[in-house]
Design a protein around this ligand. Structure first.
Ligand SMILES: *Cc1c(COP(=O)(O)O)cnc(C)c1O
Length: 228
């Protein structure tokens, strides 16, 4: 069995176990394969093994791959998106997971209106407050969402976060707990243009903890392409 296929089988077993600990059906957890630094041939292997969603964090790297790995996959943009690059990906990706400013929202909306497409996005939240990270603070989030009301070509579908790189799993868990609570609070506010359907948290180092704390979308690179 090819490497990626074997890795993916193990990843799916671990997802299923974590989902059961949470008490949710494993197929409710959406898996995005993050393919930065991964060659198109390997991405195709992952697609052959059942991957349906693929994520990249750089526009320049994503564009040629969009051409080469065409067909059945949905693309996700998961990195910091510079405003002047939004035009290259709006309407071509399923989800921009990293909306982190009003100016970017306005630019995505502008490009969407030009192309006649409503772009789905997740709002990135910087729960831990690390300066090196992009994203809104939990405090800013409700007001930020209100400000998006007039952007008809932008559709908020949920939240995304990256946990800090720490050796203490307990700290990571606390970040996920905070984001899940925020997600539930915003959901309860029932903002028409900000649907809370997707909670994207968890990478190779912490996806099981993320699922235990309520993630329904995880983003894995290393686990799939190099192994757990
Ligand atoms: C690289 C990356 C991932 C995947 O990280 P791994 O540790 O390789 O699983 C997930 N999300 C984002 C935003 C990334 O840049």
């Amino acid at each position: 069995m090819a490497r990626v296929t074997a890795n993916l089988a193990e990843v799916r077993r671990r997802i299923a176990r974590a989902a059961r600990r949470r008490g949710v059906c494993p197929d409710k957890i959406k898996l995005v394969a993050v393919t930065k630094n991964i060659a198109p041939s390997q991405i195709k292997e992952a697609v052959g093994a059942g991957i349906t969603d693929v994520g990249e964090n750089r526009v320049q790297e994503m564009l040629p791959k969009l051409e080469e790995v065409n067909g059945k996959v949905r693309w996700h943009f998961v990195g910091h998106l510079q405003r002047n690059k939004a035009k290259y990906i709006v309407g071509r990706v399923e989800l921009i997971q990293s909306l982190d400013s009003l100016q970017l929202a306005q630019e995505i909306n502008r490009q969407g209106s030009k192309k006649g497409v409503v772009q789905k996005v997740l709002v990135e939240v910087n729960v831990s407050g690390e300066e090196s990270k992009f994203g809104l603070s939990p405090q800013e989030l409700p007001n930020f969402l209100t400000q998006l009301a007039d952007l008809k070509f932008l559709s908020v579908r949920g939240l995304m976060t990256m946990a800090p790189l720490v050796d203490k799993p307990g700290k990571t868990r606390a970040v996920f707990v905070v984001l899940k609570r925020l997600f539930d609070q915003v959901k309860e506010m029932d903002i028409p243009h900000a649907k809370m359907e997707l909670l994207s948290m968890g990478m190779t180092q912490d996806f099981e903890v993320a699922i235990e704390e309520g993630a329904n979308m995880i983003r894995l690179g290393t686990a799939i392409f190099r192994g757990l």
